[in-house]
Design a protein around this ligand. Structure first.
Ligand code: PLP
Length: 382
């Protein structure tokens, strides 16, 4: 297995200092590249000031306030409250609890092939029985619909606390819904008083060419889930909502979501520096062109389709064996790619947003030559 000694920008380096192009970004974490100097400096500065002080909530900790304020400034007006936690799965847990508390309802809807994390609540809303069956019983009153199927939205009713959905499904193999579907989803939630939770843990912070993927669809969620790129490489998650909604966690009972390390000051400082770098260095600019370049270069008889949005793409092959072999060979040849939890016939393409056109060309050349050699070696058309 590949051993990594250091990382910088879009490159990971092995023990012999061999560079590998990171075409996965640590699963959509390293959007601004690895070890950005502003993030590294922010971490060092915060470590010198303080690390853990108390369970989240006893004191006001400056890095949390600064980061939450910055986040709210880039959110739509209705999302003006941020609850920091430790991870994506914990953000899912917090959001499900918040929706039940706010609506007084228990019914939860999720999508087939959804992935929202691996803790018990998050597992309950995972749309793949294979990963769940060994851990039953899970949360009751969870129902599943087909992603991007408008008829299924009728399952959302006056008993539904929330529907949780990835704005663009990631682990399902990058599935982009229709604009009309997302608007119908928003409308059905409004009609029934159901909270719409959009999981932007993988799609957030520029990955799809906009700061948040919901901007592609002209809708705003009631609860927004963030993690991964939120920390600029450090572990942190958040569920975000309107203050009116969020405030129910403060009473009856108080301390609605307790988390010792949630919103760790060093992670908040790193996250803030990362977001500032993303905005100041205009990293969202040119994502569409990079997407188009990737699609134009990833052409091969073995590639059935390249789909996705921005720099959240996948290469559709035919078999898991191909996916396993090709990703292994790509890594050997200096490009790190991977696959998906719920779609074992596709390869994940999610480089840091800072990747240049030349670097994209270099990586694609390696992928195509691996596909050519694989075809020759297996001596059959793939
Ligand atoms: N939601 C989505 C869409 C994810 O892709 C992931 C992780 O891959 C999670 C939630 C869970 O995040 P974490 O691994 O930080 O718990």
């Amino acid at each position: 297995m590949l051993q990594i000694e250091r990382a910088k920008g879009i490159y990971l380096y092995g023990p012999d200092d061999k560079p590998y192009i990171d075409f996965v970004s640590g699963f959509a974490v390293s959007n601004i590249g690895h070890c950005h100097p502003k993030v590294v400096q922010a971490i060092k500065d915060q470590v010198d000031r303080y690390m853990h002080l108390a369970v989240y909530g006893e004191y006001v900790q400056s890095p949390q306030v600064l980061y939450a304020t910055k986040l709210v400034s880039i959110f739509p007006d209705s999302i003006n409250s941020v609850y920091f936690v430790n991870s994506g799965a914990e953000a899912t847990e917090g959001a499900l609890k918040l929706a039940k508390r706010y609506t007084g309802r228990s019914k939860i809807i999720s999508c087939n092939n959804a992935y929202h994390g691996s803790t018990h609540g998050a597992l309950s809303v995972m749309g793949n029985e294979y990963f769940k069956e060994a851990y039953r019983p899970l949360l009751p009153d969870v129902h599943f619909i087909e992603f991007n199927k408008t008829e299924d939205l009728q399952l959302i009713d006056e008993d539904t606390a929330c529907i949780i959905m990835e704005t663009i499904q990631g682990e399902a193999g990058v599935r982009v819904p229709d604009v009309a579907y997302m608007q119908a989803l928003r409308k059905r939630c409004d009609e029934t008083g159901t909270l719409l939770i959009l999981d932007e843990i993988q799609t957030g912070f520029g990955r799809t060419g906009k700061l948040f993927a919901f901007e592609h669809f002209g809708i705003v969620p009631d609860i927004l889930l963030l993690a991964k790129a939120l920390g600029g490489g450090m572990p942190i998650g958040a569920f975000c909502a309107n203050r009116n909604v969020m405030s129910v966690l403060a009473e009856n009972p108080i301390l609605g979501h307790i988390t010792t390390f949630g919103g760790h000051p060093v992670c908040c400082a790193a996250g803030l520096a990362s977001l500032e770098a993303l905005l100041e260095e205009d990293m969202l600019n040119g994502i569409d062109e990079k997407e188009a370049l990737l699609i134009s270069l990833l052409v091969h008889p073995a590639i059935k389709e390249v789909r996705g949005k921005g720099l959240m793409l996948c290469i559709q092959l035919e078999t898991f064996k191909q996916v396993e072999d090709i990703s292994k060979l790509c890594i050997e040849n200096g490009v790190i790619i991977d696959w998906f939890l719920h779609c074992e016939t596709a390869l994940r393409i999610a480089p840091p947003l800072i990747i240049t056109h030349d670097e994209i060309k270099k990586a694609c050349k390696i992928i195509i030559s691996v596909l050519n050699n694989y075809q020759i070696q297996t001596n059959k058309a793939i």
